[in-house]
Design a protein around this ligand. Structure first.
Ligand SMILES: Cc1cc2nc3c(=O)[nH]c(=O)nc-3n(C[C@H](O)[C@H](O)[C@H](O)COP(=O)(O)O)c2cc1C
Length: 211
């Protein structure tokens, strides 16, 4: 018989979900390696298509590599800024969309699209399920980190091919996410993009279609 998750636990879980944030402002004090190890233990419990566990995490610690990631973000973000409608450009430019210069721990996460683990089960018709599995591992990390007071910020305004080259990984590894991790400077119950007037939460996706 497995554990029973009581009402108090469920309320705490709802609080964890409510207080998980995408964090862009970090204190610079380091994250103890042992704590990161505990988080990676949790990651290994994530579901994956065919039990393939295709996520591959690379710690990006080298200052030259971090600088190259920053430069790539800058380039991609400049392009993204100019792709915004004229009337939104000033608001876009005012947003802080990464914590690359301060986050003490940084990870590039890839999906091994050629892994043999799982023997192809479940992904013949939907090979993208490998990437979905990798994202679920990231979600587990994000929540486990928040439960221990750590902030996580997902940076996607990057050129995937450039990140593969900067981090220097197997070409069969598809870039999925770049995560900034550290102790947050501040805590908020609302998303930064909502607080700064960019996009509030809506009920999109809330309606359950009956078929
Ligand atoms: C796939 C994905 C990519 C994201 N990329 C970025 C990003 O490049 N920069 C950024 O500031 N936030 C990024 N975010 C964070 C979202 O902006 C954030 O999740 C959303 O605004 C809701 O805020 P919350 O996570 O604090 O609830 C990303 C989130 C996801 C799930």
């Amino acid at each position: 018989m497995g554990p029973v998750f009581d009402t108090v636990f469920n309320e705490r879980l709802a609080e964890l979900l409510a207080w998980r944030r995408d964090v862009r402002r970090f204190r610079t004090d380091p994250v103890p390696p042992g704590l990161l190890d505990r988080l990676f233990d949790v990651v290994q419990l994530s579901p994956s298509v065919g039990n393939s566990q295709p996520w591959r995490w690379a710690a990006v610690d080298d200052p030259a590599r971090r600088q190259a990631v920053c430069a790539n973000f800058q380039r991609c973000n400049d392009v993204a800024l100019h792709e915004q409608a004229d009337e939104r450009q000033a608001a876009y430019a005012a947003l802080k969309l990464e914590g690359l210069r301060t986050a003490p721990a940084q990870f590039a996460i890839f999906c091994d699209v050629e892994t043999e683990q799982g023997h192809g089960l479940g992904r013949a018709t939907m090979p993208e399920t490998l990437a979905y599995s990798t994202v679920l591992a990231i979600a587990a990390f994000w929540l486990a980190a928040r439960a221990r007071g750590l902030g996580v910020g997902w940076v996607s305004i990057l050129d995937p091919a450039a990140i593969n080259a900067i981090v220097d990984v197997d070409p069969a590894w598809r870039f999925i996410a770049y995560l900034c991790v550290g102790w947050p400077e501040e805590e908020h119950i609302d998303p930064e993009l909502a607080r700064h007037g960019w996009q509030r939460r809506t009920d999109a996706g809330r309606t359950i279609l009956q078929r």
